[in-house]
Design a protein around this ligand. Structure first.
Ligand code: NAD
Length: 479
């Protein structure tokens, strides 16, 4: 099937801009084309969102809830097709787009649809006979700019709260993965979302739809997930029109394994943290620190585990690791491995491109890779965003905390130990937005999600999303 992706503006599917090809990472085949939205398409979408805001922002939360829950239920209904589309977009194994994944995609909408009907507001009575109370109001048109690695999850993570709190939306999905957003627009239409409330403009970043959204005077908020350097560019672009930002940026997660950890479990967690989504994951545990007394044993078992990872056709339910997103991204990841070798780091397993037989021979496959490295080596500092993990021995708790905090990123980390006091102590000392103790990538939509340092600005999730997607008005009443 050839996909002819279109923008979704004011409730209608439209073309606009040159068309670019969309490739399937697993085979390199052309899946179809998508339109490269420009200033005209961005203007039309923002105008539609601005008009729709008038009504949507005043629609009762209970009505918004009903409409958005219909949207979420239809996502559930279409989950098999969405799972397939996500694999076509990303190259991730279909087994990782399970019902659990798609349920989370739907829950990103339904959680906030329900949440918005349950919120109250603060009041501050004054001793001199006045009372203050606080109203929360929708902000306006939200630009949602998303990356290619877990598109459906990240798109709905922004669409859900933005719409639930009464804003209207223009989504700009990543150019490498337009299919999922296109399908979401079809589902939004099926769910009868009022025209203009949810718009999708496809295209690129610089001098294209992405940039035009971030400079548009009628865009009030920008929720962006992507590379740190892109976040910096977007922040500069929006300065003239003073936008409100939420930034979820790069990561370089530490996975700290103490000698008293449950080793079998630690190995499984390390494998998942390093190689989920081909390691193209902001939360990846891409630096494994192992206490010296168990280092040799852990590393030799981890190498064996890594060798057994089934890298294959992502549509095969038995496949554990699929294809990287694009040939140029594969080259970039292989470049990091080459540079590490030149820096004297030892590749313990993998490190090479993988050519699979038959129709997969033009896919972007790579062997899962483990590299022995010191905590200050370049490979331990840069975000590789591929199936490459480093292993480093440590002796003391103090030194490993310092090493874990020794990058410019601060998104997430993992601590593995059976010592409860140490678990809490080390978790609290890590300069990251999320720490998992004895597990990885467990998400609760109520908790703050985001990063410190160069990993982002702000938090989203539960009432943290409410803070971002609402304006506050204090009303002071003389009694
Ligand atoms: P990217 O920054 O290249 O692109 C992300 C989006 O921004 C795309 O839609 C792109 O078209 C758009 N864009 C690019 N330049 C732009 C510009 N000048 N103005 C406006 N929009 C622009 O990121 P990517 O390669 O798609 O994704 C990988 C990165 O995303 C990694 O660094 C990863 O860590 C990060 N990420 C972070 C999180 C998180 O939650 N913190 C989650 C997933 C991915």
């Amino acid at each position: 099937m050839q996909y002819e992706v279109q923008h979704f503006i004011n409730g209608k599917f439209v073309n606009g801009g040159d068309r670019f090809e969309v490739y399937y990472p697993a085979t390199g085949e052309v899946l179809g084309t998508a339109p490269d939205g420009g200033q005209a398409e961005v203007n039309a979408a923002v105008e539609a969102a601005k008009q729709a805001f008038e009504k949507w922002s005043r629609t009762k939360p209970s009505e918004r809830r009903q409409i958005l829950n219909r949207f979420a239920d239809l996502i559930r209904k279409h989950s098999d097709e969405l799972a397939r589309i996500e694999t076509l977009d990303v190259g991730r194994p279909i087994s990782e787009n399970s019902r659990h994944y798609l349920e989370r995609v739907a829950a990103n909408i339904s959680f906030f649809a329900d949440f918005v009907t349950m919120i109250g507001s603060e009041s501050y009575p004054m001793e001199n006979g006045y009372i203050n109370y606080v109203l929360r109001q929708p902000v306006g048109v939200a630009a949602l700019i998303t990356p290619w690695n877990v598109p459906l999850l990240l798109e709905t993570w922004k669409i859900g709260p933005a719409l639930a709190f009464g804003n209207t939306v223009v989504l700009k999905p990543a150019e490498w993965t337009p299919l999922g957003a296109w399908k979401l627009a079809q589902i939004a239409q099926e769910a009868d979302l009022p025209p203009g409330v949810f718009n999708v403009v496809h295209g690129h970043g610089p001098n294209s739809a992405g940039e035009f959204l971030t400079t548009h005077p009628d865009v009030a908020l920008v929720s962006f997930t992507g590379e740190t350097t892109t976040g910096q560019t977007i922040m500069r672009a929006g300065a003239a029109t003073l936008k409100r930002y939420s930034f979820e940026l790069g990561g370089k997660g530490a996975n700290i394994i103490f000698e008293d950890a449950d080793i079998a479990r630690a190995l499984e967690i390390a494998k998942k943290a390093a190689f989920f989504n081909q390691g193209e994951f902001c939360l990846a545990g891409s630096r494994i620190f192992v206490q010296k007394s168990i280092y040799d044993r852990f590393v030799s078992e981890f190498i064996e585990l890594t060798k057994k990872i089934k890298v294959d056709d992502p549509m095969d339910p038995k496949t554990e690791m699929g294809a990287l997103i694009a040939p140029e991204h594969l080259d970039r990841v292989l470049g990091f491995v080459q540079a590490a070798k030149q820096d004297g780091n030892e590749v313990l397993v993998g490190g090479e491109q993988l050519i699979l037989p038959g129709s997969l021979s033009k896919g972007n496959y790579m062997m899962p890779t483990v590299i022995a490295a010191g905590f200050q080596d370049k490979i331990c500092l840069d975000e590789v965003f591929g199936p490459v993990v480093t292993v480093t021995p440590f002796e003391t708790e103090e030194e490993v905390i310092e090493w874990a905090n020794g990058t410019r990123y601060g998104l997430s980390g993992v601590v593995q130990t059976r010592d409860v006091s140490r678990a809490h102590r080390v978790a609290a000392a890590m300069k990251v937005g999320t720490v998992w103790v004895n597990d990885f990538f467990v998400r609760d939509l109520r908790v703050p999600f985001g990063g410190m340092k160069y990993s982002g600005i702000g938090r989203e999730g539960g009432h943290y999303s409410m803070e971002f997607y609402t304006e506050l008005v204090n009303i002071c009443v003389a009694i």
